[in-house]
Design a protein around this ligand. Structure first.
Ligand code: COA
Length: 167
C-alpha cells in the first residue's frame, strides 16, 4: 500500500483526530499520546510538530489523508548521539507493511539530518506488531526491562530496540 512521509499541516486536523482517537493506539503509546484525542490536543500537536526545521515529526499520508505519525527525538547530555523513534498508524491500515517501510525511511532521514549514531525505540513487551516491524526494519533487541512502564493502571515490560549508523 502506498504512503508518504511529509510534514504535518493544519489541514490534517480532522483526520488526525478521526484516526488518533482510538484506545487500541493509545494503549501502546506513552501517555503524551492523548485519549480521548480531542480537536484541541490535535491542534496543539500539529503546531508543535510543525515548529522544527527540519521537521523531526512527520505525517504518514495514506490515500491522501493523514493516517499516522512517526517522530524522531534527539536526546541531550550524554545521550546526545541517540534519538528515540515513536510511531503510530491508523487502525484500518495495520498489517500492510506500512510502518516497517516508514521506519526504514525515518532511520535514513534521521542519520542524514542529525549528528546521531543510534536510533532506538521502546515498545511495550506485549506489542508484538511493533517489535516485528522494528526487527524487519533492521533494529536489534538490545534489552528487555521488566515492568518499568506503568500504563493504564498496569506495569508493562519495556523492550529497547536500536539501529546503529553504519561507519
Ligand atoms: C504497531 C503498529 C505501528 C504496526 O504497524 P503496521 O503498519 O501494522 O506494521 P507492519 O504491517 O509493518 O507489520 C510488521 C510485521 O508485524 C506483524 N504484525 C503487525 N501487527 C501485529 C500484531 N498485532 N500481532 C502480531 N503481528 C503483527 C505484521 O504481520 C508484519 O509481519 P509480516 O510481514 O511477517 O506479516 C500499528 O499496529 C500501530 O499503530 N499500533 C498502535 C500504536 C503503536 O503500537 N505504536 C508503536 C509504539 S512502540
Amino acid at each position: 500500500m502506498d504512503f508518504k512521509l511529509r510534514p504535518w499541516t493544519p489541514a490534517d486536523l480532522d483526520s488526525l483526530v478521526k484516526y488518533g482517537n482510538n484506545p487500541n493506539i493509545a494503549q501502546n503509546m506513552a501517555d503524551v499520546f492523548p485519549h480521548p484525542y480531542t480537536q484541541e490536543k490535535g491542534m496543539a500537536f500539529i503546531q508543535m510538530a510543525s515548529s522544527a526545521t527540519p521537521p523531526n515529526i512527520l505525517c504518514i499520508e495514506v490515500d491522501g489523508e493523514a493516517a499516522g505519525g512517526i517522530g524522531l527525538h534527539p536526546q541531550g547530555d550524554i545521550y546526545r548521539k541517540n534519538a528515540e523513534m515513536g510511531y503510530w498508524l491508523a487502525e484500518p491500515y495495520w498489517g500492510k507493511g506500512i510502518i516497517t517501510k516508514a521506519i526504514v525511511q525515518m532511520v535514513a532521514y534521521g542519520f542524514e539530518h542529525w549528528d546521531i549514531s543510534r536510533i532506538f525505540a521502546r515498545p511495550f513487551g506485549r506489542n508484538i506488531g511493533s517489535q516485528k516491524a522494528l526487527e524487519k526494519a533492521g533494529f536489534t533487541l538490545e534489552a528487555r526491562l521488566e515492568k518499568t512502564f506503568y500504563k493504564n493502571g498496569a506495569y508493562e515490560d519495556e523492550l529497547i530496540y536500536a539501529v546503529r549508523k553504519k561507519a
